[in-house]
Structure formats: structure tokens, C-alpha cells
Design a protein around this ligand. Structure first.
Ligand code: IMP
Ligand code: MG
Length: 176
């Protein structure tokens, strides 16, 4: 499996956009000590860069949700790791690599609200609205992309390519 030679989104473009998102989030969450909640594993890379550019204080916890096998969405969401901090009354900012069918983020959002969070919002690096199955939108979106299967900067194909600094498409790919 080959990745595209030229990135779809360069590391420099990602860094620039992250600065803008961090400014928006810092303004919206001033003085309320939000919990930043990266979704493992893909959201980790984006979250690490985003959080270091906030101008406000935030606590950090982790969640792991899986809804994917290879390129096919299985349609069910399984939680294999849950936050350790009490979330009751907290403002939770879910940080995810990509909003695709919407199943994962909808399930994470429901879970946070069921845990008593005062609010739950979503920040995604990438949004693929063409693929949506569950009605879901993110308050903070890095880039809206067409229906490509993408890898890099946290996004994987069968656990490969997460470490790449930019976002690439897979050559000859077609999401199912
Ligand atoms: P959703 O539940 O369908 O919105 O899918 C979200 C998850 O599917 C993401 O956290 C990714 O792990 C995975 N995913 C969706 N689209 C892509 C893609 O283009 N490349 C890599 N992973 C993807
Ligand atoms: Mg994944």
C-alpha cells in the first residue's frame, strides 16, 4: 500500500490551522478549566500539538473508541479505555482526528453527557461530511475534505502511517 507522494495537507498548513483553532478554543473556554479529551489513538497527535498552543489552562484525559476495521466502518462503537477524571460538571472538549460517519464521535459525546459533563463539544482535524451516517457536526474543524481515505498525522491504515507529519491519501484507494 503506497501513500500519495504529495501530501493532501502539508505539515505547515496543519500547524498554521492549529494555531487558529487554539485561539478560538482559548477564547471560548476562558476561565472554565475544560477537560481536553483526545480520542486514542488517532486524536493523540493532533491533540498534542493543539493543546500546546492554547492560551488557557485545561486538564487532559483520554478515551479510546473504536468503530473501524481496516477501511470498513463496522458500525458499532466499543470503548476500551475511559477517562479517569470525574467528568460531572466539567466542560469536555473531545479531540478527534477525523469526523467520518459520525458514529464514533456521537458515541463519545453521548457517553460524556451520560457521565454528567456540563457540556461536550467536538474538535476534529478533518471533516468528511460526504460520509456522514449519524447527524453530527464539530464545533471546531481543521479542514473539510472530500471523500478520500487519508493517512498520516495520527491517521492510520491498518495501524500504518500514523507517524507521518502530513496528511496523505492512499494511492489507488477508495473508501468502502
Ligand atoms: P466515524 O465513527 O465513522 O466518524 O469514524 C471515525 C474513526 O474512523 C476515526 O477516528 C478514524 O480512526 C477512522 N477513519 C475514518 N476515516 C478515516 C480515514 O480517511 N483514514 C483513517 N482513518 C479513518
Ligand atoms: Mg483509526
Amino acid at each position: 500500500m503506497q501513500i500519495s507522494r504529495e501530501p493532501l495537507i502539508s505539515a505547515a498548513a496543519i500547524a498554521e490551522r492549529i494555531g487558529e483553532l487554539a485561539a478560538d478554543i482559548s477564547r471560548d473556554y476562558a476561565n472554565c478549566l475544560p477537560v481536553a479529551l483526545p480520542v486514542l489513538k488517532g486524536g493523540l497527535f493532533f491533540a498534542a500539538d493543539l493543546l500546546r498552543r492554547l492560551h488557557i489552562e485545561a486538564t487532559v484525559d483520554l478515551i479510546r473508541a473504536r468503530s473501524y476495521a481496516g477501511r470498513l466502518s463496522s458500525g458499532t462503537v466499543e470503548f476500551t479505555f475511559l477517562p479517569e477524571q470525574p467528568l460531572r460538571g466539567r466542560h469536555v472538549l473531545i479531540i478527534e482526528d477525523i469526523l467520518d460517519t459520525g458514529r464514533t464521535t456521537a458515541a463519545v459525546m453521548d457517553r460524556m453527557l451520560a457521565a454528567g459533563a456540563a457540556s461536550a463539544e467536538l474538535c476534529v482535524l478533518l471533516d468528511k461530511p460526504a460520509r456522514r451516517v449519524v447527524p453530527m457536526s464539530a464545533k471546531y474543524v481543521g479542514f473539510t475534505i472530500d471523500d478520500h481515505f487519508v493517512v498520516g498525522y495520527g491517521l492510520d491504515f491498518e495501524e500504518r502511517f500514523r507517524h507521518l507529519p502530513a496528511i496523505h491519501t492512499l494511492d489507488g484507494e477508495r473508501p468502502a
